[in-house]
Design a protein around this ligand. Structure first.
Ligand code: PLP
Length: 422
C-alpha cells in the first residue's frame, strides 16, 4: 500500500472534506523553500506551509539548537519550575515588541495564545471592578483560531456555522476606512462601558481573505478604546516576525496595544508554540494576595524547552542582517510584479503588505470560499510545482524569506499564465 492509501485508512485531515479529497501528497523531505514528494517531484512552498515556515524548511541552525536541547532538557513542568530557554526567549522577545510589554505567557499555538489573551482581558475586569465588562469587539472578517473562544471572536462563516448557537456574543465591526471611521468610533463610544477588549489582526486579516486596512485607522480605533479603558489585543499570529516587512505589524502604529498574540513564525515554523505577552497594566490586575485573582490557565507543554530553543534559534536568524536584506528583496520584487499585473481585467484587486502579495480573481457572481475556481487555481499551481492555497478566489504569495529571485520569477510567470488560461 502506498503512503497515500495508508493515510486514507487512518487519518482525518484538517479543513478537508474527506469524501472527495484528492489523495494527500506524501512529502518526504524539505529544504529551504522546497518540499519533495515520494516521486522526487519538487514543490516551491509559496505559502510557508500555512504561514509558519519563515526561514525555510529543515533549517540547519534551528535543527542544531533543537537537537542540543533535546538531549539536555526535553521538558519540565512549568509551574514551580523554570529553565534557561524560556527565560531567555522572554528576555529577547519582549524588547522587540512595540510599546512596553512586560510579561510572556506560554502556550501551544495561535488559538491558545488568543484564548489566553481573551481570558486575561475578561478576568482583568473581574479582578478590578465590581461590575465586570464582558463585551468584546472584533472585525467582521477576523480569524483568530479554531478553539471556542477564538472562534467566538472570529467572523461568522462556514467555519463557525455548525457551532453558531454556542459561540459567545461579540460586537463585530467593519474594517475601518476613510468613510466609516467616525461611525466606528461612535459605536465604540456608545458601547464603551460594557466593552472589555478589542481584538484585531493589525493591518492584514489572514484567513478572512488577506484583507488589508490602514494603520492610521487602527490607531484611531485603539485611541478611542484607550479613552474608555477598553483593553486592546493585537493578534500578530500571522503578521509577526517580519511578515509585513517589519518585525511586527504594530510597529506601524503610533498607539500601543496592551496584549500581543504570537505563534506561527515564532519557532521558525518548526514546532507548535504560542505566546501571549502583556503590559504592566494587565499583569498588575492579577498581582494580589487574593488567590481568586490568579490566572488559572496552563497547558501540559507550557514553555516546552525544545520549542523555546527552536524559537531562540529562529530569532537568531530573524535578527541576522541577511534576513532583513532578504525580506526587503522579496518586498521590492513583489512591488514590481504588483505594478505589472495591476489593472489586469481578470483581477479584481492586487494588494501587498510587506512579503505578502495578494491577487483577487474576478469571479462574476460566485465569490464563495467553496467556488470551483479555488480548486482550479490550487491544481493549476500544484501541477507547476507551486504550493498555493487560495482562499476562495484569492491567491497569495506568502513564502519563506529565503526564496530566491529565480523562484519568485517562476511563481510570477505561473500567475501570468494562469491569468491567460483560467
Ligand atoms: C492561524 C491564526 C490563528 C490560529 O493559530 P493556530 O496555531 O492555527 O491555532 C490565530 N490568529 C491568526 C491571525 C492566525 O492567522
Amino acid at each position: 500500500m502506498s503512503l497515500a492509501e495508508r493515510d486514507k485508512k487512518v487519518i482525518w485531515h484538517p479543513y478537508t472534506q474527506m469524501k472527495d479529497a484528492a489523495p494527500h501528497i506524501p512529502i518526504i523531505r524539505g529544504e529551504g523553500v522546497y518540499l519533495f514528494d515520494e516521486t522526487g517531484k519538487r514543490y516551491i512552498d509559496a505559502v510557508s506551509s500555512w504561514w509558519v515556515t519563515i526561514h525555510g524548511h529543515s533549517n540547519p541552525h534551528i535543527a542544531a539548537k533543537v537537537a542540543a536541547q533535546l538531549t539536555t532538557l526535553e521538558h519540565v513542568i512549568f509551574a514551580g519550575f523554570t529553565h534557561e530557554p524560556a527565560v531567555q526567549l522572554a528576555e529577547r522577545l519582549l524588547p522587540l515588541l512595540p510599546g512596553k510589554q512586560e510579561k510572556v505567557f506560554y502556550s501551544d499555538n495561535g488559538s491558545t495564545a488568543v484564548e489566553v489573551a481573551i481570558k486575561m482581558c475578561l478576568q482583568y475586569w473581574v479582578n478590578t471592578t465590581k461590575q465586570p465588562r464582558t463585551k468584546i469587539i472584533a472585525f467582521k472578517e477576523a480569524y483568530h483560531g479554531d478553539t471556542f473562544g477564538a472562534m467566538s471572536v472570529s467572523g461568522r462563516s462556514i467555519f463557525t456555522d455548525p457551532f453558531a448557537s454556542l459561540l459567545f456574543d461579540v460586537e463585530f465591526i467593519d474594517l475601518p476606512n476613510e468613510q466609516n471611521i467616525e461611525q466606528l468610533k461612535s459605536k465604540i463610544n456608545y458601547l464603551s462601558n460594557e466593552v472589555a477588549c478589542f481584538i484585531f489582526e493589525p493591518m492584514v486579516l489572514g484567513a478572512g481573505g488577506m484583507l488589508m486596512y490602514e494603520a492610521q485607522y487602527l490607531d484611531q480605533l485603539i485611541e478611542t478604546c484607550q479613552k474608555h479603558g477598553i483593553l486592546t489585543i493585537a493578534d500578530e499570529v500571522m503578521t509577526g516576525f517580519g511578515r509585513t516587512g517589519k518585525y511586527f505589524s504594530c510597529e506601524a502604529l503610533n498607539t500601543r496595544p496592551d496584549i500581543f498574540c504570537l505563534s506561527k513564525g515564532l519557532t521558525g515554523g518548526t514546532m507548535p508554540m504560542g505566546i501571549t505577552t502583556c503590559n504592566k497594566k494587565i499583569f498588575d490586575a492579577f498581582w494580589s494576595d487574593d488567590k481568586l485573582k490568579t490566572l488559572y490557565h496552563g497547558h501540559s507543554f507550557t514553555a516546552n524547552p525544545v520549542t523555546c530553543a527552536a524559537s531562540l534559534a529562529s530569532l537568531d536568524i530573524l535578527l541576522n542582517p541577511e534576513t532583513l536584506k532578504n525580506i526587503q528583496r522579496v518586498v521590492a520584487k513583489h512591488e514590481t510584479f504588483a505594478l505589472r499585473i495591476k489593472g489586469h481585467p481578470k483581477l479584481k484587486d492586487v494588494r501587498q503588505a510587506g512579503t505578502i502579495l495578494v491577487m483577487e480573481w474576478e469571479t462574476g457572481t460566485d465569490t464563495s470560499y467553496l467556488s470551483g475556481l479555488r480548486n482550479q487555481l490550487y491544481d493549476y499551481f500544484l501541477d507547476r510545482g507551486i504550493i498555493m492555497r487560495p482562499l476562495g478566489n484569492i491567491i497569495y504569495i506568502l513564502a519563506p524569506y529565503v526564496i530566491s529571485n529565480e523562484d519568485l520569477d517562476y511563481i510570477y510567470q505561473a500567475i501570468i499564465e494562469a491569468l491567460n488560461d483560467i
